[in-house]
Design a protein around this ligand. Structure first.
Ligand code: F3S
Length: 293
């Protein structure tokens, strides 16, 4: 079996930064350190951080004292106010690329532009961005929602960092016909497009694709979606335990990629196990050839 691993897979810059900053802090002291929501969309990585003492709070109201970790997705600006009012210390792990979107949303909103956000209205990153334009943004996530937009005088369009370029371009085309003065910012993160492009390149040439990452991770699910477009046999797994080695060993070429919140150690476990299939096959071939000698 040939295993082809995507050039760009696993932790992105922003997630690695958040995990490293949090780990450093927990190693200094591990009392009363809370992340506002699970730090990343990966159950196994979160469990590991919990083991170091990190507690997860769903709301600032649940924290009485100590330090609050803001995850890479970022938060609405009024939550910073709440944190300040409660005299809590902040470890701000908001990804700098997401901070840049907050800045744009705030600046253009203050200048009278309607903010249009392309993304999933339930996703914490989108909820965070909307907070920087006073929760007055219009959130669209498909053609129908773009077509239903009212005509606007001036608007600024921003994207959730994990969107595909195809979707962004399609929705921008529709919105362009409805707004007199439109400022367009492609705020899709480079890390996302690099992962999506290498996923596409590999999916085109393999018999099966394995995508490793949280079942609820938006960027991992997008890699699954892209893989399915180009490859018939796609397996989305969280860890090696979810993979049927028997099924996989039936393919001659297998591609492997991982979402931006998948830690290296989980990817390594999968690769090690798959390489063992190769070794086992080799051993079996040697044994078979010995029988025929
Ligand atoms: Fe940041 Fe991009 Fe990752 S926005 S959190 S580096 S996917």
């Amino acid at each position: 079996m040939e295993i082809i691993i995507a050039d760009n897979a696993g932790f992105c810059f922003g997630v690695k930064r958040a995990v490293d900053m949090s780990t450093d802090e927990l190693e200094k002291e591990n009392d009363s350190i809370y992340s506002l929501g699970p730090l990343i969309h990966n159950k196994q990585a979160v469990e590991k951080l919990n083991g170091l003492g990190l507690k997860v709070a769903n709301s600032i109201d649940d924290i009485k004292n100590g330090k609050v970790i803001i995850r890479s997705h970022g938060i609405p600006n009024n939550i910073y106010e709440n944190i300040k009012n409660k005299n809590l210390d902040v470890i701000d792990c908001t990804c700098p690329y997401v901070k840049n979107i907050h800045k744009k949303a705030n600046e253009y909103w203050k200048n009278g532009y309607k903010i249009i956000i392309i993304g999933d209205k339930e996703h914490p990153e989108v909820i965070g961005i909307n907070g920087w334009c006073n929760n007055e943004g219009i959130i669209i996530n498909n053609k129908e929602e773009a077509e239903n937009l009212p005509n606007l005088k001036k608007a600024c369009i921003l994207s959730q960092t994990t969107n595909t370029l195809d979707k962004f371009n399609t929705l921008v085309d529709i919105v362009s016909n409805k707004v007199d003065e439109l400022e367009i910012f492609n705020t899709i993160c480079n890390a996302t497009s690099l992962r999506q492009n290498s996923c596409k390149d590999i999916a085109k040439k393999v018999e099966a694709m394995i995508v490793i990452g949280g079942y609820h991770s938006s960027n991992t699910n997008k890699l699954v979606e892209i893989s399915k477009k180009y490859c018939q046999n796609v397996y989305h797994i969280e860890t090696i335990d979810d993979l049927s080695l028997e099924t996989i060993s039936g393919y001659e070429t297998v591609g492997l990629t991982a979402g931006a919140s998948t830690p290296d150690w989980i990817i390594k476990e999968v690769i090690d196990k798959m390489e063992n299939i190769n070794n086992d096959e080799m051993m079996k071939a040697i044994e078979d050839s010995m029988i025929y000698l």
